[in-house]
Design a binder for this molecule. Structure first.
Ligand code: 1CP
Length: 343
C-alpha cells in the first residue's frame, strides 16, 4: 500500500493523497445514503451504510486511503453523555461535565459498546481494494474533553479553560478516563482491520504552549506508546490543529508516532525545517482553495515545491472538506497531485 509505505518514509511511485472529511455532505451520494439512514448518528450506527459512505471517496476521487466513516464523538456518547446532532447547529450533548460530582456520570468500557464501528471496519476492509489503506481514528483526549465540558462545539472553550486553571485535577481526571478508553478503542479498531490510526486534536490551538503539552500532547503520547508496544507496524498520524506557533517543542519531545498532520494555518516550509526529519508530514492545502481551480493548482504547486516529490510527505488538506466544495475540483485535485509528484 502506497499510503502505508509513505507513512514509513519508504519510496513510493508518487506522493499519496487523501482528504480529511473526504466522506461527507459535499457528495450527493453521501447525502442520499444519510437520508436512507435517517440521520447522521443512525448512519454511524449502521455498518452496511457506513461502509458504503467510507468507500464513496475511493470510487469517486480515487484517494489512496479510505477513512472509517464514524465520528470522534461516539466515545463521549457511549460514556453516557447522550448526543444529538441538530440540523445546522452541530453536536449537542444532553449532559456535560462541569464539576467533581459530574465525574460520576462517566461510564467506563465505552469501547465495548462500539461494535457498530468494528463491524464497519471489517466490512470495509473486506471490500476495499488491497492497495488502498483503511485509516481508523479517534479524537484526542483534549478535543473530546472540550465537547464533554462545553456540551457542544465552541469558539472560546471558556468552560474547558476555566477548569484547566481553576480545577486542573478535575480536567486531568476526565483526560485520564478518556485516555484509558481511547487506548482500548484504537486497539479494537486495529483488531477489526484498520491499517493505520489517526488521532484528531482539532482544538489543540485553543491552548497556550505549556498547557497544551501538559493537558493535550502528553495524553496523545501515552496512547501512541500503548499502541506501538503491541502494534509497532501500524502507523500513527497525529493532527494537532493550531500549534504552528510552537512546532519546535514537538521536535524535542520524545514521541512514538510516525506522521505529523500540518494544518493550513501553519507554514509547510517551517514544518519541514523543524519537524521534517523526525516525522513524515501530512498536509496542508487550504480547503477553500478547492472553490477555484486556479487557486487550487497554485496551492498544490506551493506545497509540492516545498516538500519535493520524494518520500516524507502525504498530501492532504489543512483541515476538512467543506459541505459546498465542488466535487469536480476535488477529483482534479487527486489527479493533479498524482501527476505532479510522479517519480
Ligand atoms: O451529515 C452530517 O450532517 C454530519 C456531518 C459530519 C460528518 C460527515 C459530522 C458531524 N461528522 C462527520 C464524519 C467524520 N467526522 C469523520 C469521517 C468522515 C471523513 O473524514 O471522511 C471524521 C474523521 C470526523 C472527525 C471529527 N468529528 C472531528 C475531527 C476532525 C475535524 O474536522 O476537525 C471533529 C472535531 C468532529 C466533531 C463533529 N462532528 C460533526 C460536526 C459538525 C463536528 C464539528 C462540530 C464543531 O465544529 O464543533
Amino acid at each position: 500500500m502506497i499510503f502505508i509505505d509513505a507513512c514509513k518514509r519508504k519510496d513510493t511511485p508518487y506522493t499519496p493523497i487523501w482528504l480529511m472529511r473526504q466522506a461527507g455532505r459535499y457528495l450527493s451520494e453521501y447525502r442520499e445514503v444519510r437520508a436512507k439512514a435517517g440521520n447522521f448518528l443512525d448512519l454511524c450506527k449502521n455498518p452496511a451504510l457506513s461502509c458504503e459512505v467510507t468507500l464513496q471517496p475511493i470510487d469517486i476521487l480515487d484517494c489512496d486511503a479510505a477513512i472509517l466513516f464514524s465520528d470522534i464523538l461516539v466515545i463521549p456518547l457511549e460514556m453516557g453523555l447522550g448526543l444529538n446532532f441538530l440540523k445546522n447547529e452541530g453536536p449537542k450533548f444532553e449532559t456535560c461535565i462541569r464539576n467533581n460530582n459530574d465525574l460520576g456520570i462517566l461510564q467506563t468500557n465505552a469501547y465495548k459498546k462500539l461494535d457498530y464501528v468494528y463491524d464497519t471496519i471489517s466490512l470495509t476492509r473486506a471490500k476495499l481494494s488491497k492497495d488502498k489503506a483503511l485509516i481508523g481514528f479517534c479524537g484526542a483526549p483534549w478535543t473530546l474533553a472540550t465537547y464533554m465540558i462545553e456540551g457542544q462545539g465552541s469558539k472560546t472553550y471558556t468552560h474547558s479553560k476555566k477548569m484547566l486553571y481553576t480545577n486542573p485535577n478535575l480536567l486531568r481526571n476526565i483526560l485520564e478516563k478518556l485516555t484509558n478508553e481511547l487506548k482500548l478503542y484504537l486497539e479494537s479498531q486495529i483488531k477489526a482491520g484498520v491499517d493505520a490510526i489517526m488521532i484528531f486534536d482539532s482544538w489543540a490551538g485553543a491552548l497556550e504552549e505549556k498547557a497544551y503539552i501538559e493537558f493535550g500532547f502528553n495524553y496523545i503520547n501515552e496512547i501512541a506508546d500503548y499502541i506501538k508496544k503491541t502494534y509497532s507496524n501500524i502507523p500513527i498520524i497525529v493532527f494537532p490543529k493550531g500549534v504552528g506557533g510552537f512546532l519546535d517543542r514537538f521536535a524535542n519531545l520524545n514521541s512514538n508516532f510516525d506522521v505529523f498532520g500540518i494544518d493550513w494555518g501553519t507554514s509547510m516550509k517551517n514544518a519541514k525545517h523543524i519537524l521534517g526529519d523526525k516525522f513524515v508530514l501530512q498536509g496542508n492545502l487550504e480547503p477553500c482553495r478547492i472553490y477555484d481551480m486556479e487557486a487550487m493548482e497554485s496551492g498544490i504547486d506551493d506545497i509540492i515545491n516545498i516538500m519535493g516529490n520524494t518520500s516524507g510527505h502525504i498530501f492532504n488538506l489543512g483541515h476538512g472538506m467543506l459541505p459546498d466544495l465542488p466535487v469536480s475540483n476535488a477529483i482534479r485535485l487527486v489527479q493533479l497531485v498524482r501527476e505532479k509528484t510522479k517519480r
